[in-house]
Design a protein around this ligand. Sequence first.
Ligand SMILES: C[S@@+](CC[C@H](N)C(=O)[O-])C[C@H]1O[C@@H](n2cnc3c(N)ncnc32)[C@H](O)[C@@H]1O
Length: 261
Amino acid sequence: MIGQIKALIQSWDDQQAAYITNREQRFDVMLDVIARVCDSSATFGGDGTGLTVLDLACGPGSLSQRILDRFPAVDVIGIDYDPVLLALASAWLGERHGSRFTPLDADLAASGWASMLPAGGVHVAVSSTALHWLEPSELVALYGTLGGVLPEGGVFMDADHLRYDSAAQPMLTELAAADDERTRRAAYGRGVQTWDQWWADAVALPLLAEHSEERTRRFADRPPTPHAPLELHLSALRTAGFVETGVVWRLYDDVVILGRR
Ligand SMILES: C[S@@+](CC[C@H](N)C(=O)[O-])C[C@H]1O[C@@H](n2cnc3c(N)ncnc32)[C@H](O)[C@@H]1O
């Protein structure tokens, strides 16, 4: 079983990298920021001792896994609303890191998720390739909640495509689209699975198949959301009490933003 889970995790990483040109570099920058948080506070050890990281919309645990691998004493809480992906994350990270990973089944588009967090608090919150699923108003509400969840000095980072304005920035829009297209073509040329192919394999595994119906039910009424531009993210973070905000990494419209409470 663990062999099949490992193969699914690898093929998830491959199919996600077909959408994100420098996915590993993007993760590495986020890990470097977490290292800096550890090193700049007497409260945390350099190995992540004392630090709890919250991974918002963790999916199968891609970013959680990299954090747990790099910081051998950190704890990670992964929230997701997809019961299939959360079951995969639990199986994969439970096997690899035991109780250092806590899965949490919650809808980030609804209020109340913060009350489900275990006592002890979180110090860093991260997210990758996920918050574009939220309506702009839900995103603003999420950031408002995060402002209350993170302590002073706590750090939030989000890695995602924050699309250019095609009317005001036509050249940038074209450059970003060309980069996306090159990356996708190269990946599919190497035989990387599409999103749909990956999902067909995933729900064929009995451990995940049992959650498939519930997944369909939960996401049935969620149409594509309007786009929230970079400026909206940064101003919503400032309104939520983040005193320093900005971009720590970018390639065209693929951006890692940071907010410090
Ligand atoms: C493309 S995946 C990214 C997963 C992972 N963070 C990664 O980088 O590979 C997007 C994730 O957002 C999650 N998601 C979407 N809407 C959500 C919501 N309202 N609450 C919690 N998770 C949500 C999906 O279930 C999915 O796991």
